[in-house]
Design a protein around this ligand. Structure first.
Ligand SMILES: Cc1cc2nc3c(=O)[nH]c(=O)nc-3n(C[C@H](O)[C@H](O)[C@H](O)COP(=O)(O)OP(=O)(O)OC[C@H]3O[C@@H](n4cnc5c(N)ncnc54)[C@H](O)[C@@H]3O)c2cc1C
Length: 428
């Protein structure tokens, strides 16, 4: 039996653009830390606007979440949901956030099209299964409200019709979000990198930033390859934010998520379990999602990593146990690829962008950041360039932390166990 490949399936056969091989410049207009969707999209906009831009990446382009994600795109509504948002921010703000989520999906599609990025974008929609009959009713009610108020495109799928969507009896019906899509995230991040480089941005790989010193309006970045002065700095390190940026690290909760891609199961088998090749997830509290690969031959399953050492063997075993709970017909299926990535959660469950102590940032996408990071990066660039229409519904959300929290999420195993218990009590 072939060995488990402990690398992102998305990288197979994809050429990565070469980073800058020259010497580090001594100064630039904008220094960007992190070469994922956020950093590279900002680099693209700012370089096109004529700024000299230098991107620093501790590893290689797309090394973080951006090259490892599930590749499922949607409006990434808000982790709190409609009721939670309304309770926390009031009705007007809740709808503003939700409306912007849909608008960021529109922006995302037009961005990929305008840039001509070949990233296997497939407008297949997403089926979200309800774990209980009660949750089915709530899902349909909320989706109907979103459709009426802000134009969400969806249709309900009652339990007796769900076999047309998914080859399992696990769910009590569900809804299809018609405008959700799937793609290869590594092709997307390398596509953005290529365009940023063509626009004139310098991207230095294996070049970790060790810290930032301020003197007046000029910032000096200390990197493993020397120092560089910049007028403007963007931190785009998301779940990979280290102790070198303590302000941000204190505000982010890194959570490791694992992913497996099965062996080639053949198109027939995949159609049995995902007849319309949609993106999939459920209402369970413990997040578990899955989707076919763009060629329709494998399934990808993703969820929380329970193995503290993040070893590919145990991680893939755990995920395949969950996969077989949804699809018993995968009894003999084998995981061929297994990888993990660090998602950035925040204490208010919201992504954040803005400026702190003269440093710009966009981060904390709470595991749903493909469309949002690309939208935030464009808005952040507009703010830096002083362009019109630079606001977002998130501008005035305070980026909070907790007393004594320094970036070590010691409480996460307890949170995961709590969610598992809640799932059990809810009869999932
Ligand atoms: C397993 C997994 C599945 C996911 N699935 C989905 C999905 O299906 N749909 C969805 O919308 N979202 C998904 N997400 C979330 C999404 O991928 C992220 O929100 C998004 O990629 C964030 O992009 P980013 O550019 O902000 O951060 P990242 O892509 O994480 O990039 C941050 C980069 O900063 C670099 N860095 C850190 N510190 C330094 C330093 N000191 N110096 C230089 N470089 C540094 C890191 O090496 C890293 O490359 C998933 C995430 C994971 C981990």
């Amino acid at each position: 039996m072939p060995d488990l490949i402990s690398e992102s399936y998305w990288k197979q056969g994809v050429d990565k653009p070469a980073g800058d091989q020259g010497n580090l410049p001594t100064e630039c207009d904008v220094a960007i830390i992190g070469a994922g969707f956020t950093g590279l999209t900002a680099a693209l906009h700012l370089a096109r606007a004529g700024r000299s831009v230098t991107v620093f990446e501790a590893h290689d382009i797309g090394h973080g979440c951006s090259g490892r994600s599930g590749g499922m795109c949607g409006p990434s509504f808000h982790k709190l949901g409609l009721q939670g948002l309304t309770k926390r921010y009031g009705e007007a703000k809740a709808w503003e956030i939700l409306r912007e989520s849909l608008a960021s999906l529109d922006f995302f599609f037009s961005f990929v099209e305008a840039e001509g990025i070949d990233c296997d974008l497939q407008l297949v929609g997403r089926f979200r299964g309800a774990a209980t009959a009660r949750e089915y009713n709530a899902l349909v009610k909320d989706s109907t409200l979103l459709a009426d108020k802000i134009g969400l495109k969806f249709h309900p799928v009652p339990r007796d019709m769900q076999k047309a969507e998914i080859g399992t009896d696990l769910y009590h019906g569900g809804v299809v979000y018609e405008r959700d899509a799937g793609l290869n995230p590594y092709k997307l991040v390398t596509g953005i990198a290529t365009r940023a480089i063509v626009a004139g941005a310098h991207v230095f790989e294996n070049c970790a930033v060790l810290g930032i010193d301020h003197t007046g309006s000029v910032k000096t970045l200390r990197t493993v390859r020397g120092e560089i002065r910049a007028k403007t700095v963007i931190i785009a390190t998301n779940g990979y934010t280290g102790p070198e940026f303590p302000y941000f690290r204190r505000r982010l909760i890194p959570v490791t998520a694992g992913v497996v891609a099965t062996e080639d199961l053949g198109i027939k088998k995949i159609r049995e379990i995902s007849p319309k090749l949609r993106m999939h997830g459920g209402t369970h509290r413990l997040v578990f999602w899955y989707r076919p690969t763009p060629d329709g031959k494998r399934m990808i399953f993703g969820g929380r990593v329970m193995d503290r050492k993040r070893r590919p063997g145990p991680v893939s075993n755990d995920l395949m146990v969950l996969a077989r709970r949804v699809f018993p017909q995968l009894e003999d299926a084998r995981a061929e690829y297994c990888w993990h990535g660090d998602v950035a959660y925040t204490f208010d469950h919201a992504p954040h962008l803005g400026e702190a102590d003269g440093i710009h940032y966009a981060m904390g996408y709470c595991g749903s950041g493909i469309t949002r990071s690309i939208y935030f990066a464009r808005q952040l660039s507009r703010k830096i360039l002083g362009q019109a229409d630079d606001t977002t519904a998130h501008d005035d959300l305070k980026f909070t932390t907790l007393p004594f929290y320094s970036g070590n999420p010691w409480f996460m195993p307890f949170v995961l166990r709590w969610h598992a218990l809640m799932d059990k009590l809810a009869g999932h």
